[in-house]
Design a protein around this ligand. Structure first.
Ligand code: ZN
Length: 245
């Protein structure tokens, strides 16, 4: 058989899973009840379950090039509707990643492939704010910044869909998150705080404002380090504790 080695790996994987956890496939065979919808990049290095350390049944996943949200994308809309109306997920996670090839393409000048149609909103956004990007120190900084802004843009787009608005209108608990993943260190960073209502979405700065006001993504590791630093510092000089926060 062609790709015999993959079938062999599959058998070894299934046997290993069963050996480590005899109930694993029994649990997987039950109806899925994920709490999270992940909208991520198709990049082969960014797999939702792996980076979150969760079983496959825990995350409903939609991936495409550069984790874009197009309101004409029937695939994404059908996934979104099913996730909110049938699965009742409580968290939508838009997760981009640093070093994204799709975002890099949007920064360039080649416009000859279908993917350039797909990336058009990002291309136009970059063009509109070209002066902001030109002022950054180098190409790496420009790519990092557009990867982060792309998350903020797609977060706003998914939060503006009638499907999400309808969930909020019927009182369904739902947070929309904007995260970015570091391929080089395996850490997820929060690009901006989650939003949990239509009013909160309407109160967000516009994506154009975001372009000129950089966010500072924070990983849990950095939060922990900061908390430890603040605790040490407060011990040495308790009067500073409030200021640190
Ligand atoms: Zn990507």
């Amino acid at each position: 058989m062609i790709l015999d080695h993959l079938f062999d790996r599959n058998v070894a994987w299934a046997q290993g899973k069963t050996r480590d956890d005899p109930t694993y496939f029994v649990r997987m065979a039950e109806q899925q009840s994920p709490d999270y919808l992940w909208i991520g990049c198709a990049d082969s290095r960014v797999t939702a379950n792996d980076v979150l350390g969760l079983d496959p049944g825990s995350v409903f996943v939609q991936r495409n090039i550069a984790n874009m949200v197009h309101t004409s994308d029937m695939n994404l809309l059908a996934v979104l509707e099913f996730a909110l109306e049938a699965l009742k997920v409580q968290h939508i996670i838009v997760c981009g990643h640093y070093g994204c090839g799709g975002v890099r393409r949007a920064l360039g000048n080649d416009r000859t492939a279908l993917v350039d149609h797909w990336l058009q909103p990002l291309v136009m956004f970059h063009r509109k704010h070209q002066a902001v990007f030109a002022a950054l120190k180098d190409d790496q900084a420009r790519l990092d910044r557009l990867c982060e802004l792309n998350v903020q843009m797609q977060l706003r787009r998914v939060a503006a869909t009638p499907i999400v608005e309808a969930a909020w209108a019927r009182g369904q608990p739902l947070h929309v998150h904007g995260w970015i993943y570091g391929v080089e260190d395996g850490l997820i960073r929060e690009v901006e705080p989650p939003i949990a209502s239509q009013a909160a979405r309407d109160g967000l700065p516009s994506i154009d404002q975001c372009a000129v006001t950089p966010s500072e993504p924070w990983s849990a590791v950095r939060h922990q380090a900061f908390a430890a630093f603040a605790a040490d510092d407060a011990q040495a000089d308790p009067c500073c504790e409030g200021a640190r926060r």
